[in-house]
Ligand binder design. Structure first.
Ligand code: 13P
Length: 270
């Protein structure tokens, strides 16, 4: 099947003056069997309307990818994987490659989530290769970055973000960078209910965009920067209205269709 380059369609000139289509992506992490995933999508689709000005994605376990691609087909809801290996094939037991994902019509992949960096030893070096491999295959990568609570308290947030953004993008040219989505997810806000304040989130997403701009100014206008960490229907509108925030990566809040639809609707209003 032919695949379009990630992000090449569905772009519009946004109210922000750029060409960034906001994205609300639900990261299910290690949740939902295929049966539970089917129940979710059956509950979600009637609650949301597919419209060109907003992208909606669910990032599901490998085992549910095929079922979700089939069930979401034609709905406008995109299906992402949560990780992948940078090599195309080989002796990497337990891993999944980009061609294995594109064969299923998977739209994109989350890369460098802090849980993968922490629990599975995912390195900046491997991530740089993964982002390139994903783009090469026509997958839309979401590269995750973010600081720990200690790093924020020590005033090292900018240093951490600079390192992760520069390392994650360093193998890419300007055209490729423009097709990456970056998710700023402060680790202290993930799964804690302690959402970043609007000011903290805006400062960080704007800083991430400025870091991209240091590499290539055109890409900075095009690259989507999301916020993630305890996003819920009742705080989504404020975060999504921030000038540099192009959407959200949602964990716990994406597990039930009603709550996730509430976040999608908040994004449409923002
Ligand atoms: P929570 O929304 O559960 O805080 O998780 C955020 C996250 O890690 C999304 O990738």
């Amino acid at each position: 099947m032919t695949r379009r380059p990630a992000g090449a369609e569905g772009r519009h000139v946004s109210a922000r003056g750029g060409t960034r289509t906001p994205l609300i992506a639900g990261n299910w992490k290690m949740n939902k069997t295929v049966a539970q995933a089917e129940e979710f999508i059956a509950g979600l689709l009637p609650r949301i309307s597919a419209r060109a000005e907003l992208d909606v994605a669910i990032c599901v376990p490998f085992t549910a990818l095929q079922a979700m691609v089939d069930s979401a087909r034609g709905s406008g809801v995109e299906v992402y994987a949560q990780t992948m290996h940078e090599e195309l094939e080989g002796a990497f037991t337990g891993e999944v490659s980009a061609p294995m994902l594109t064969e299923l019509d998977v739209h994109g992949v989350v890369l460098g989530h802090s849980e993968r960096r922490e629990h599975f030893g995912e390195t900046d070096r491997a991530l740089a290769a993964k982002v390139g491999a994903a783009l090469e295959a026509g997958l839309h990568p979401i590269l995750c970055v973010g600081e720990t609570e200690e790093e924020r308290e020590r005033g090292e947030t900018d240093r951490k973000l600079r390192h992760q953004v520069q390392e994650g993008l360093h193998l890419l040219d300007a055209d490729q960078i423009a097709r990456v989505t970056i998710a700023y997810e402060p680790i202290w806000a993930i799964g804690t209910g302690q959402v970043a304040t609007a000011q903290q989130a805006q400062e960080a997403v704007a800083f991430v965009r400025a870091l991209v701009g240091d590499k290539t100014p055109e890409a900075a206008e095009a690259v989507r920067v999301l916020y993630g960490g305890s996003v819920k229907p009742d705080n989504a509108a404020e975060l999504l209205a921030l000038p540099d925030c192009d959407g959200a990566l949602v964990g716990g809040g994406s597990l039930d269709p009603e709550g996730f639809a509430g976040i999608v609707e908040a994004a449409r209003g923002a």
